[in-house]
Design a protein around this ligand. Structure first.
Ligand code: GLC
Length: 601
């Protein structure tokens, strides 16, 4: 071919410059356009609009939903780019936020809030490496993760996507970026077990004010983050400075708005925030990757669509997750450039940033899936890492009389809504966007894990079985799955236990020494029941490996987890965070008992 941009021996900068110089405005606009796979009017549109990227939204899966089918599906889209003049490969993105969670049979890790509870950065990196290997094996080179959200008010439906409320903890867990991408300089991105990451959502997504959301029925998600300049820097920006240092390939702005106390202007939508994206992220922090919008987020910018397009692109957005009306987007983008309202230099910078990552990923040399590691998806070795993470994420909040760990010889009674529900213990962003109760993928429930230690245990979900004559009861309570603002408190959710769970706790704990496990994306209000509970465990959303929870319950692994968020006494206390001047929670940030004497295997 002799075309420099196709010569892998040349430096990436040289290849980018050569390719950029060859591109028409329409081809540049195409590279900045990301469409959802189901929005394609025809596969031919991939070439027709020279689309630079496609995504699967949560739950947008091939049928059958198998690793092999994913690779075939994405290769099918990639093949279409061969019909373009310059044959620029498309980059496919998914939300693999706790394992390759859209794919049936994949390893599902604890959600980030549980990873934060482990306080183990090396383990976080290992979970990232497992996730990256499963994602890339299915032909996906880009993962819209990790969320570097700092969750400041657990009424937020995305609290569980955060590593915690403390920016230092979030920053410490960013080892996950190296687990997913490899070396900071991007040299490992062309490996068949690494993926491009997205540090999200820039900036302040976890700091929105309850009641400030104007999005549908949401109460806090996508609302307004009103902070002092100091709080903005220390709490919400610090994790992104770390992500830039770690070479995160992309950054995704937040739906939320930023209102810095003292600034003359009011709240500014993050997707329109040039001061933060161009000024802080790119100029001050030196971010060299590309900025990808959130799902249809530019449409929320006040003004008509042409204004949305020019405002976001001029603010520093490089690729737009349109994701449906891609025809309208590219047409509008070209028109705005031709009208001189978006400088060509801005377009060239955006396209150069996108092409740089595609060259680093090796997509020009290997545009199709490298399925070498396809058999690792959901493998025993990968599940072992998830099991270790699930165990390390368990936080022992109370342990009267040393009830835990249990002994296999004990007569144990198990009850509660979340003891035997794989869907509830994996939570949102699992198989579907919102997740679902019941058995929707391969995994082990907490009950199944307990049974391997104590085959003779009694299982009675609603605790209707007779409760006499037991050494200990284990009641596993908590939440049903949700994602994003759907999970906002006040939007059909609260922080109370369900009536059924309350009844099960009351019945079991009145009849025998009892341990209560809370399987949820955030703290639940235990309050007045606490005195009657002997042992209390925050289990978070442990993922597919319920064995990990059983491992600490039966002492194969000691409890070592520590609270990643403050556990409130009441909803009225929220937001309540470590460092607050008045601080009287049920359990403080960092709390966690240990049972260091692990019994012999
Ligand atoms: C969602 C989320 C974002 C996700 C994107 C694609 O609305 O806000 O975290 O990456 O859309 O699914």
């Amino acid at each position: 071919h002799g075309l420099p941009y196709l010569d892998a021996r040349l430096p990436v900068k040289r290849r980018v410059a050569d390719l950029l110089a060859r591109m028409t405005l329409a081809e540049k606009a195409g590279q900045m356009t990301q469409a959802e796979r189901n929005a394609l009017r025809a596969p031919g549109d991939i070439a027709g609009y020279a689309l630079g990227s496609l995504l699967s939204g949560g739950g947008s899966v091939p049928s059958p939903n198998t690793p092999e089918a994913w690779a075939r599906m994405i290769d099918g889209y990639q093949l279409r780019t061969r019909a373009t003049r310059l044959q620029i490969p498309l980059i496919y993105g998914v939300d693999a936020v706790h394992g390759h969670n859209n794919v049936a049979g994949a390893t599902v890790m604890p959600h980030n809030i549980g990873i934060g509870a482990t306080r183990d950065p090396a383990l976080a990196a290992r979970t990232g490496a497992v996730t990256a290997k499963e994602v890339r094996a299915t032909g996906v080179p880009w993962d819209f993760a990790p969320c570097l959200c700092v969750t400041r008010d657990e009424r937020w439906g995305r609290s569980y996507e955060a590593f915690g409320e403390d920016p230092a903890l979030v920053t410490a867990m960013e080892t996950v970026i190296q687990g997913m991408q490899g070396a900071r300089n991007g040299k490992d991105l062309d490996r068949n077990d690494k993926v491009l990451t997205s540090a999200k959502h820039f900036v302040g997504d976890g700091g929105t004010e309850f009641g400030s959301s104007t999005t549908g029925s949401y109460t806090i998600d996508q609302g307004v983050t009103r902070v002092t300049r100091e709080e903005l820097e220390a709490v919400h920006l610090a994790p992104f400075a770390e992500a830039v240092k770690r070479g995160a390939g992309t950054v995704m702005p937040s739906y939320s708005s930023l209102d810095v106390i003292g600034d003359e202007h009011g709240p500014v939508k993050m997707h329109a925030n040039a001061e933060m994206i161009n000024g802080v992220l790119k100029d001050r922090m030196g971010f060299e990757g590309f900025v990808i919008s959130d799902w249809q987020a530019i449409d929320q910018i006040p003004g008509d669509y042409p204004s949305d397009v020019r405002t976001s692109v001029n603010a520093g957005l490089d690729m737009i997750m349109v994701p449906t009306n891609y025809q309208d987007f590219t047409r509008t983008l070209v028109a705005e450039v031709e009208a001189g309202r978006i400088p060509v230099s801005r377009i060239d910078d955006a396209v150069a940033r996108i092409l740089t990552q595609k060259f680093r990923l090796g997509l020009f040399e290997k545009p199709y899936a490298d399925t070498t590691h396809l058999s690792s998806v959901g493998s025993a070795a990968h599940r072992a890492v998830a099991r270790e993470a699930a165990a390390a994420s368990q936080v022992l909040l109370k342990n009267e009389g040393g009830l835990l760990p249990l002994k296999p010889s004990q007569k144990v009674y198990v009850a509660g809504s979340n003891a035997d529900d794989l869907g509830n213990q994996t939570g949102g962003w699992t198989i579907s966007w919102q997740g679902s109760s019941g058995k929707h993928t391969t995994g082990t429930t907490i009950l199944e894990g307990m049974r391997k230690n104590a085959p003779g245990l009694t299982w009675s979900k609603d605790a209707s079985a007779p409760v006499e004559g037991y050494d200990a009861g284990v009641v596993v309570v908590g939440e049903t799955p949700y994602a994003e603002g759907v999970g906002d408190v006040g939007n059909g959710h609260d922080l109370e236990l369900s009536a059924a769970d309350k009844a099960a706790v009351d019945r079991v704990c009145a009849a025998m020494p009892c341990a209560v496990l809370v399987v949820s994306g955030r703290p639940q209000l235990i309050g007045d029941r606490l005195p009657g509970i002997d042992a209390l465990v925050a289990s978070w959303l442990p993922g597919t490996e319920g064995d990990g929870v059983a491992d600490v319950l039966y002492g194969r692994v000691p409890f070592t987890g520590q609270l990643p968020v403050t556990w409130p006494r009441s909803e009225a206390q929220l937001p309540v965070n470590v460092g607050d001047s008045s601080y009287d929670p049920q359990f403080p940030y960092g709390w966690g008992l240990t049972t260091l004497t692990a019994v012999p295997k």
